[in-house]
Design a protein around this ligand. Structure first.
Ligand code: SF4
Length: 355
């Protein structure tokens, strides 16, 4: 299957595409309802849609274009899906269960060029961007899985934190968000969607100007340039000062809170002095910032990094709190499966190469 998925079209784009071919707006709405509310996976199941329109759609689009290759289920209900794309590439998508609902973490690129030194996903360079349809399809595949389980559960939250740098695939990301938000479809509220970036400052500004109402998280991971460059090579091109300016632009223009992601690496960036330096760095945006402390999930390929001791994590948290910084420690999901982002995919690829 190499035809693009119809999931890649926003409602406006679908309406326009059909209008150009002589079909009225109400027909686009019908199709949209079949796709996102009734969730059929075959155009021929859209019984009340005009036959000519069905034929036209089938000739130009697919609905599902990827296959479930592997699924790992954790005892806490987390499910990690490995999907095979039409061109053979593998991507990861994760369903997590929280008290507040079901969230899905989506992938935006095949591989990643940012090259964070701790990351299993970044081990494999980007080979291509995912289309908007492929990003939407991850949500739909998970939703279809839930539908089949028959418990009327719905994906309620989305985090764009899987493999890839979402802002390096900007247009497709924005279309994806629009499709997810569409009230006549899945209607996932923008405040239930979070996009995480490694800090592409031009795109942070562009994203701010779009006023999507979607949450933004920025991966900082270090309180100074020397350390951040060691951990994230992108810091060489975009140092912390530029990143902080973009964050301030976001806050000033959206009046929204921002999440600062900070992965704790044992004896690298997890000491008390790092917490104090971090608090100083973000002091003037503290009213709008929440620091998310992430205990590291070790991966074989990055043996230089270990997980911080529990007491060290607590001490880091306490230090930030004492400095007046709002913070929390990320709850872990799927610790009994390949928990680190990209870990399942890289294992699978290695297995395929060596077999
Ligand atoms: S952490 Fe994110 S941005 Fe960094 S290499 Fe991994 S996938 Fe890319």
């Amino acid at each position: 299957m190499s035809r693009s998925s119809i999931y890649g079209l926003t409602l406006d784009q679908l309406t326009e595409w059909l209008a150009e071919r002589g079909h009225k707006k109400s027909r686009a709405l019908l199709v949209w309802d079949w796709l996102y509310r009734k969730r059929v996976t075959d155009f021929s199941a859209m019984h009340d849609v005009n036959g000519e329109c069905i034929q036209l759609l089938s000739e130009h689009f697919g609905i599902l274009t990827m296959e479930e290759h592997l699924k790992q289920q954790s005892s806490d209900g987390t499910i990690k899906f490995l999907f095979r794309l039409y061109d053979g590439n593998l991507i990861e998508t994760v369903l997590m269960r929280h008290k507040f609902g079901l969230s899905v973490c989506v992938t935006t690129q095949v591989g990643c060029n940012i090259g964070c030194s701790f990351c299993a996903s970044g081990l494999l360079a980007k080979s291509r961007d995912l289309s908007a349809g492929e990003i939407v399809e991850q949500i739909m595949k998970v939703q279809l899985h839930l539908d089949q389980a028959g418990q009327s559960e719905k994906v309620s939250h989305i985090v764009v934190m899987g493999i890839g740098e979402p802002f390096d695939n900007f247009t497709n990301l924005i279309n994806f968000i629009e499709i997810m938000k569409e009230r006549k479809g899945l209607a996932i509220g923008p405040r239930h969607i979070t996009v995480s970036t490694s800090g592409l400052v031009d795109k942070i500004v562009e994203f701010t100007d779009l006023q999507t109402q979607v949450n933004l998280a920025v991966s900082l991971h270090a309180p100074n340039n020397e350390l951040r460059t060691r951990i994230m090579k992108i810091n060489r091109a975009i140092p912390i000062e530029k990143l902080m300016n973009a964050i301030k632009y976001y806050i000033e223009n959206t009046k929204r809170r921002i999440t600062i992601e900070y992965i704790l690496l044992k004896d690298v960036n997890d000491q008390k002095e790092h917490a104090i330096e971090l608090a100083d760095l973000i002091r003037d945006i503290a009213a709008y910032a929440n620091v998310n402390l992430i205990p590291y999930n070790p991966v074989d390929e990055h043996s230089q990094y270990q997980r911080s001791e529990r007491d060290t994590v607590s001490a880091f948290y306490d230090t930030l709190k004492k400095q007046g910084i709002s913070c929390g420690v990320r709850l872990e999901h799927g610790t009994d499966i390949d928990a680190a982002c990209g870990q399942l995919r890289s294992k699978q690829i290695k297995a395929e190469i060596s077999s």
